[in-house]
Design a binder for this molecule. Structure first.
Ligand SMILES: *Cc1c(COP(=O)(O)O)cnc(C)c1O
Length: 489
């Protein structure tokens, strides 16, 4: 029997995986969740000799189960190819303390490539399977990395268009440059005056605006999402948790079958939720350590049971985690409570009061957080002791992990999930390594980082400051819907 998906907020429409990928978000504003989380049918020992693609197939066939074998394999083959700079796709680096899963070897040098290199294929296949022949318009709010990865994934993909909104002053210089120099005649990028939460909320509103949807449908357009609210983003992210586990075993850091911890630098809660799905599917995970930066809403939530966004939004040097409204937490609330009624109530409280109460006690999640100082300290520590350079987001997780073991809470092997190349945030990384580099021009910092670390500048950002700017929009956050209509004219 097919696995069905339903909205976290109780909409009675049950749909298949490919339909959920196509829709992105449910009509009632809820997120699609699988009615039951499938268990793996393979043994963990079997994964030890699988390539990334083989493992991706074994995992995805369970969770995206209405795709045929041929369809899935063709999506996987299209995605995980030479676009990645290593055949391992997601290599594991070992440090003294733990494993570091490097998810930044794709085209935009951040972990969003892991899912966004396959999403266009999943979406095109879903459209074909479900007889959708309108142009699919991908609406995306980005805290910096999703935008570029989605643009790369969808640029010039026939039958699609993509519009990306980023917080004008809330992304790194390299991130911004990557986006506004994007080529492809179906791409559009706009800065918005506001922070990521403003962008995400406005985009979610556009998605559920019935009048807008109808008007655009008449003109041959249908919306979908490349944000992690789309289950097509989450599903491919489950794969690398299994892959990391196998690599830890192969490296002799873990006995096959034993438990391990994952430490995940978290913003919208999509990455770590994929880890939760991996665990529910049968991966032996002890704890999922949710690492936040100074926007530590999630830390407070896991500590106190109160989710509260009534606080200052802090711009940090890990901008992709500068988020107060972590969308995917809604999915976890559903899985832990088992009740769409409960979730609906909590989400109503969130939009009314900016807070809600819910206890996640007894779950496998633990909250940790790192200040800017602590994260910079982790960069310096790893560079000085092991000659290994990590980015500012990975540093938040690494430093959170060091705190966690110092509190005596470790005890099992762990993997820190590394979400971006240090080159993407070269200025801050360099400043952390040596104070004398503070204030370096961000693009000059890329070149210096290469010298200091003895590593090569990744091809995707080489000479990025010399590319022509192709997108120059900056709009008010409440004019997003007008903007979309204009651009589609
Ligand atoms: C998106 C992103 C994150 C946060 O991931 P979520 O799935 O939103 O929790 C962390 N680090 C980097 C570099 C990112 O791009």
């Amino acid at each position: 029997m097919a696995l069905l998906y339903k909205s976290t907020r109780g909409d009675k429409n049950y749909i298949t995986a490919s339909q959920a990928v196509l829709k992105g978000i449910a009509d009632d504003g809820g997120l699609y969740v699988p009615c039951s989380i499938p268990k793996i049918g393979f043994g963990l020992e079997d994964t030890l000799n699988m390539s990334y693609k083989e493992l991706a197939y074994e995992v995805l066939r369970l969770i995206l189960d209405d795709y045929t074998e041929e369809e899935l394999k063709s999506c996987i083959n299209g995605a995980y190819d030479e676009k990645f700079d290593t055949p391992a796709i997601a290599p594991l680096r070992l440090t003294k303390d733990c494993g570091v899963l490097e998810l930044f070897h794709g085209k935009t040098i951040a972990f969003k490539d892991m899912a966004l290199s396959i999403l266009p294929y999943l979406l095109k296949t879903a459209a074909k399977k479900n007889g959708e022949d309108r142009t699919i318009v991908i609406l995306t709010a980005t805290s910096g990395d999703t935008g570029k990865a989605a643009l790369e994934g969808f640029a010039d993909v026939e039958g699609t268009g993509i519009i990306v909104f980023f917080p004008q002053d809330g992304v790194s210089d390299v991130q911004k440059m990557q986006m506004i120099t994007q080529e492809g005649k179906n791409t559009c990028v706009a800065g918005i005056k506001g922070n990521f939460d403003d962008a995400q909320t406005a985009v979610k509103k556009a998605f559920t605006n019935k009048a807008l949807k109808e008007e655009l449908a008449e003109r041959g357009y249908v919306f979908s999402s490349a944000n992690s609210i789309n289950i097509g983003r989450l599903a491919p992210q489950i794969v690398y948790y299994f892959y990391a586990y196998a690599q830890m075993v192969k490296a002799g850091r873990l006995e096959c079958g034993d438990n391990m911890d994952f430490v995940v630098p978290t913003g919208n809660f999509g990455n770590i939720l994929a880890g939760y799905y991996a665990r529910e599917m049968g991966l032996p995970v002890n704890r999922l350590i949710c690492a936040s930066n100074e926007n530590k809403v999630l830390f407070d939530f896991f500590e106190t049971g109160k989710y509260d966004i009534n606080r200052e939004f802090i711009l940090t040097s890990s901008p992709s985690m500068d988020i107060l409204i972590s969308s995917n937490l809604e999915r976890l609330l559903y899985h832990l409570s088992g009740s769409t009624e409960v979730v609906k109530g909590l989400m109503e409280n969130l939009s009314k009061d900016g807070s809600y109460d819910f206890s996640a006690d007894g779950s496998c999640f633990i909250g940790e957080y790192s200040s800017e100082e602590e994260a910079f300290g982790a960069i310096k520590y790893l560079f000085e002791n092991e000659g290994y350079v990590i980015d500012t987001h990975t540093a938040v997780a690494y430093s959170a992990y060091l705190k966690y073991i110092r509190q005596g809470r470790g005890g099992v092997p762990a993997v820190v999930v590394s979400t971006a190349s240090p080159y993407k945030f070269a200025k801050d990384v360099l400043g952390a390594i040596d104070g004398k580099y503070k204030g370096t021009d961000p693009f000059e910092a890329v070149r210096i980082l290469s010298e200091v670390s003895g590593t090569e500048i990744p091809a995707p950002i080489k000479d990025i400051d010399k590319r022509p700017v192709l997108h120059n929009f900056c709009i008010e956050r409440d004019s997003i819907e007008e903007f979309i209509k204009d651009r589609l004219n």
